[in-house]
Design a protein around this ligand. Structure first.
Ligand code: GLU
Length: 425
């Protein structure tokens, strides 16, 4: 019956209700009046979707439904133009930056466009309507591979501005390719006493296997219920839809090109999981910091992955171009070939800050073990412990643009970018 199946269909049969009918649905402490909406064939079987008088579609979990009563004069409900009303739910700012999440197919043009209004969001993902009062805003519509440091600055400023407007939390929808870079950048650029949750989707929202709805629901749950502050990434924990992991913005990485659980916390466990609408905390960490906004990023910063046979002139060229910072993704404990040493030393003498991370993904840089590491330390390369290379790039760019003593800032933990040994997974 109009897309309903499984448990949802059983419930409708039990109360003799059908899609298109004008009903009152009673929960324990609430009642909703509206029209039962049809569902997409691919939708879950645990929600009934109701179009309310104000025009919003909301999804009601079948476990909460006590009764469904038909109202006389079927289909007579007048659907008013949507007006925002205070429903006593947490206010969440949802900032859209692009990517496939929070976008929908425009049937007129055939293209994909961002969902611009709360109504569009609730229509596509009715469960959101029960969770929070969402105030969406499109900041830019870019695939995340097209984002630049300037976009990071604009986003940090927008988040800070929103944090002063009484929202409980902030959700940022983002393309997944560079979501972990943006999460790291924001972790340094903006500190507010509210959760900032980045969320993406590996499969576009028009595909039946899309993870957009589940990820967005979990991100909104965390943003509206958690009292942690800081920057987080909400994505599938495994390929099943049950559990969404909440990763710390400085300790997360995209590790798979297509799987829903592409994002993993590196070195530490996810901070929390969202399961059945509940937050299950995993790591009790203190994320509270003084509030600030430092949104600038230095453009002349690069991240270079060392590989056998690397040409030393790459580093010389960066120095000639006036690059102020370079993050090396070295091998193992933090090494590059001795044939690069002269170029590295010259670049440092000319003022470039050069930091070492490891391409191993897991573990810490330790440059005192082998001669190569010790030589690099002597030349002035900064060892960044277990900071992820992408995080180091964002931090170096941020530190160069906002801080005086860049070297000591790079070696100091600011947003848990270097994990405490006691938290190591
Ligand atoms: N390359 C796109 C992006 O990162 C992929 C779509 C997506 O992941 O949302 O924005």
């Amino acid at each position: 019956m109009h897309g309903y199946r499984g448990k949802a269909l059983e419930l409708l049969y039990r109360f003799n209700a059908y899609a298109g009918e004008h009903v009152i649905i009673e929960l324990d402490s609430k009642r909703y009046e509206g029209i039962i909406m049809p569902r997409y064939e691919s939708a879950d079987d645990t929600h009934i979707v109701l179009k309310l008088k104000n025009g919003y579609n909301i999804g009601i979990s079948i476990d909460r439904i006590k009764s469904i009563k038909s109202i006389e004069g079927k289909n007579q409900i007048k659907i008013a133009e949507v007006e925002r009303e205070d429903r006593g739910l947490s206010k969440i700012a949802m900032i859209s930056t692009g990517g496939t999440i929070a976008s929908k197919i425009d049937y007129r043009t055939g293209g994909v466009r961002a969902m611009l209004t709360a109504k569009e969001l609730y229509d596509a993902i009715p469960e959101l309507g029960e969770l929070a009062d969402i105030y969406p805003e499109v900041l830019f519509s870019e695939y995340s591979e097209n984002l630049t440091f300037r976009h990071w600055s604009m986003l940090a400023e927008k988040i800070y501005e929103k944090s002063k407007e009484g929202y409980k939390g902030i959700v940022v929808t983002h393309g997944t390719d560079t979501m972990h870079y943006t999460a790291a950048a924001l972790s340094f650029a903006v500190s507010i006493n509210k959760p900032i949750v980045l969320v993406g989707a590996q499969r576009s929202s028009d595909r039946p296997s899309s993870d957009a709805a589940t990820n967005l629901i979990a991100a909104t749950t965390f943003a509206s219920k958690s009292d942690l502050n800081g920057v987080f990434v909400a994505m599938h924990d495994s390929i099943s839809d049950d559990t969404i992991a909440i990763h710390l913005g400085t300790r997360v990485r995209k590790n798979h090109t297509s799987r829903r659980d592409a994002f993993k916390s590196i070195g530490i466990k996810p901070i929390a999981y969202v399961r059945n609408g509940e937050i299950i905390y995993n790591l009790r960490v203190e994320t509270r910091r003084e509030e600030y906004i430092l949104p600038k990023f230095e453009d002349k910063v690069a991240l270079l992955k060392y590989h056998p046979n690397m040409d030393a002139r790459l580093i010389e060229y960066l120095s000639e171009l006036g690059y102020k910072g370079l993050v090396l993704e070295g091998t193992g404990l933090g090494h590059v070939s001795k044939y690069l040493f002269n170029s590295i030393e010259d670049a440092i003498k000319k003022g470039m800050i050069i930091c070492m991370t490891s391409q191993c993904i897991y573990g810490r840089v330790r440059m005192t073990v082998y001669e190569t590491g010790r030589d690099l330390l002597r030349i002035g390369v900064l060892p960044l412990d277990d900071m992820l290379p992408e995080v180091a790039l964002a931090k170096l760019s941020w530190a160069l643009a906002n801080k005086e003593d860049v070297k000591s800032v790079m070696l100091k933990n600011i947003a848990m970018e270097m994990s405490d040994r006691s938290l190591v997974d």
